[in-house]
Every structure is written in structure tokens, then in C-alpha cells.
Ligand binder design. Structure first.
Ligand SMILES: [Zn+2]
Length: 97
């Protein structure tokens, strides 16, 4: 499974929490990856509202590099902290990286 497939799956699985619209492929951005977990930024073209999602990809799907462990509890804490501290300012986020 490739990232493009993941984006297509996201499009099928996730709808805008505000208006229920389906996300367009170009508005689904994978921001970061922690092992088998992906942080995704979504933008709704209908109601113009952004959303963040953290997805954990099943171990059965071959995203892990050889020798990589599946997501641990520590990783979940890390992502939780990231989302908690994230103020929606993507310009700042990109500058930081
Ligand atoms: Zn919407």
C-alpha cells in the first residue's frame, strides 16, 4: 500500500465533522508520520474549515520499514501533545521543521 492509497482510503473513510462533506484528494495532506501512525490535515472545500486527524495504520499493512516497531504508548502521548499544542498555524509549523 502506498501513500496515495492511504489518501484515497482517507477520502472514503473520513467526512468533514462540521458539514459531512467528503474531502477532496488535494485537500488531504499527510503532515507527519510516527511509525504506523499518520497525522493528517484535512480541509473542507464546502464549509472551508480545517481538521486534523491521527490515523493508525494496521500492522497488516506494510508501511513499517524493516526493523521498525509498531506505534507504542509513548508515541501516542507524543502525538497527543503535538495536537494539544498545535494552534492551527501551519506556516509556523513548516518554519519550525
Ligand atoms: Zn465541511
Amino acid at each position: 500500500m502506498e501513500l496515495n492509497d492511504l489518501v484515497r482510503n482517507i477520502q472514503h473513510l473520513i467526512k468533514c465533522p462540521f458539514c459531512g462533506a467528503t474531502y477532496e484528494i488535494q485537500h488531504i495532506n499527510i503532515l507527519d508520520r510516527f511509525k504506523s501512525m499518520f497525522v493528517v490535515h484535512l480541509f473542507c472545500s464546502r464549509c472551508k474549515r480545517p481538521a486534523m486527524a491521527a490515523l493508525i495504520v494496521s500492522k497488516n499493512i506494510d508501511f513499517l520499514e524493516e526493523g521498525e516497531e509498531p506505534v507504542t504508548t509513548d508515541d501516542l502521548i507524543e502525538i497527543h501533545q503535538f495536537l494539544k499544542d498545535f494552534d492551527g498555524d501551519f506556516k509556523k509549523l513548516w518554519k519550525k521543521n
